[in-house]
Design a protein around this ligand. Structure first.
Ligand code: NAD
Ligand code: UGA
Length: 432
């Protein structure tokens, strides 16, 4: 089938490349000329494991092409996916201006009947509004809600192995066409209304965010009562009703371009209907509180003030295996330490210094994990890259000026750190 995907970001580009790999002919469109030039040269504009290899395969086979012109994408498309951003507006609601702008362009340029599938995360009511707008179009346009559930850092795997495919539609024929696009994927398909499909996306992200804030609240209590939050999390996840994949890893809290904005958008949507979602307000508050709490713990370990202290930080991305720093708790910690007068040098395997020059602060990036520790008064761990936990604790001890490690992601075994002579502070576990 001929498809166009509008928006070549973390979702759109992965969608376009994977659909091409599934045998469809895809044109991916983005207004960002730099991004499209890079892609035409076969280069991925962001870090996502496996994406470069997949791109070279589907570009060279002719299954995937790129354009800055939506009209090019629509020339022979039967389906157009909208995968542009839906960032937070100042009041927390989702800003739908990119989605509406693209939809208007589709209406004015679609040369024939078209199915428009909305991949972007949009508030309940959006697809119905788009369908109503389409009623005035000269050609039949069927809107379908098809939310995406992939995670950055494992996006290709998630796309090809989804837990479920959600399709919200009014027109059953259009829903069947979208379902058919994914027929090679072994996943249950749930056909439902626009409203339910849109709500499934927000309710799922918000539920996962709630889990994280819940375990972080329990973790802070564990510190007070001498329990170990990692053991508590492991014990809870053995309950099959909770599950091994539950988002119950204590730490600095959730970041990224989705959980924070989607939680706030759902709160805002509820408020607009006259309902309060106090549970989510609290999850958001707890999440931001973790950063404040962590910075205070770092200061406490350094004699009450970080000013003038040399602090090594491991991690800048909001999670491992991505270069995305949007709403990154790690980046927030780096900035807060720098603003308080600490001399911060960070190391992240992928994130470059240029990306983390925030509000006039120019942040220094070192070349290796141990390199940034050299002569430092403390090591702070802010992102749980797998390679970090492979660094021998004795080597950390040898590099640091003072043997203090404050770990916001609980990546080390406290006993091993203590055996190496390090003072080790983590989240929800006894300090050793
Ligand atoms: P992104 O910011 O990485 O990419 C959006 C792209 O859209 C950008 O490249 C931008 O240039 C392009 N764009 C904007 N206006 C355009 C226009 N008029 N025409 C063509 N291109 C245009 O965003 P993302 O992270 O891919 O997220 C996209 C949507 O998917 C959001 O609603 C997000 O909530 C949702 N989502 C994201 C993820 C994720 O892991 N990032 C997962 C599931 C759902
Ligand atoms: C998340 C969801 O997992 C995806 O299903 C969804 O499609 C996506 O948001 C979206 O809508 O954009 P993502 O943000 O890429 O995916 O990453 P996650 O792995 O979910 O992690 C989000 C944040 O939560 C990270 O900062 C991570 O460090 C944190 N986290 C995760 C915890 O603090 N504890 C956990 O137990 C799990």
């Amino acid at each position: 089938m001929r498809i166009t995907v509008i928006g070549a970001g973390y979702v759109g580009l992965v969608q376009a490349a994977c659909l091409a790999d599934l045998g469809h002919g895809v044109c991916c469109v983005d207004v960002d000329e730099k991004k499209i030039s890079l892609l035409r040269a076969g280069r991925a504009p962001f870090h996502e494991p496996g994406l470069s290899e997949l791109l070279s395969r589907v570009i060279s086979s002719g299954a995937l092409e790129f354009s800055t012109e939506i009209t090019r994408g629509l020339t022979d498309a039967e389906v157009a996916f909208i995968a542009v951003g839906t960032p937070s507006a100042p009041d927390g609601a989702a800003d739908l201006s990119f989605v509406h702008a693209v939809f208007e362009q589709i209406l004015s340029s679609a040369p024939r009947q078209l199915i428009v599938a909305v991949k972007s995360t949009v508030p309940v009511g959006t697809c119905r509004t788009l369908q109503q707008i389409a009623a005035g179009a000269t050609r039949p346009i069927h809107v379908v809600s098809n939310p995406e559930f992939l995670r950055e850092g494992s996006a290709l795997h998630d796309f090809m192995n989804p837990d479920r495919i959600i399709i919200g539609c009014e027109d059953q024929g259009a829903g069947a066409v979208i379902s058919d696009l994914y027929k090679k994927l072994a996943a249950p398909v749930l056909l439902t209304s626009f409203e339910s499909a849109e709500m499934i996306k927000y309710a799922s992200n918000s539920f996962l965010a709630l889990e994280i804030s819940y375990i972080n609240s329990i973790a802070l209590l564990c510190e007070r009562v001498g329990a170990d939050a990692s053991a508590v999390s492991a014990g809870m996840r053995l309950d099959k009703r909770i599950g091994q994949r539950a988002f119950l890893h204590p730490g600095l809290g959730y970041g990224g371009s989705c959980f924070p904005k989607d939680v706030r958008a759902l709160i805002s949507l509820a408020r607009a209907t006259g309902r309060e979602l106090g549970l989510l307000d609290e999850a958001d508050r707890i999440n931001l509180g973790m950063q404040e709490y962590f910075v205070a713990r770092i200061a406490e370990q350094l004699g009450g003030d970080v000013r003038g202290k040399k602090i090594a930080v491991w991690g800048a991305a909001f999670k491992p295996n991505t270069d995305d720093v949007r709403e990154s708790p790690a980046l927030a910690i780096i900035c807060q330490l720098a603003v308080r007068g600490a001399d911060v040098v960070f190391f992240d395997p992928i994130v470059e210094s240029a990306t983390v020059a925030v509000g006039g602060l120019v942040l220094r990036r070192g070349e290796t994990p141990l390199g940034v520790c050299a002569g430092a008064d403390a090591l702070v761990i802010a992102t749980d890259w797998a390679d970090f936990s492979l660094v021998p604790p004795v080597d950390i001890h040898a590099a640091l000026r003072a043997p203090v490690v404050i770990d916001g992601r609980n990546i080390f075994d406290p006993a091993a750190m203590r055996a190496a002579g390090l003072r080790y502070v983590s989240i929800g576990r006894p300090t050793v």
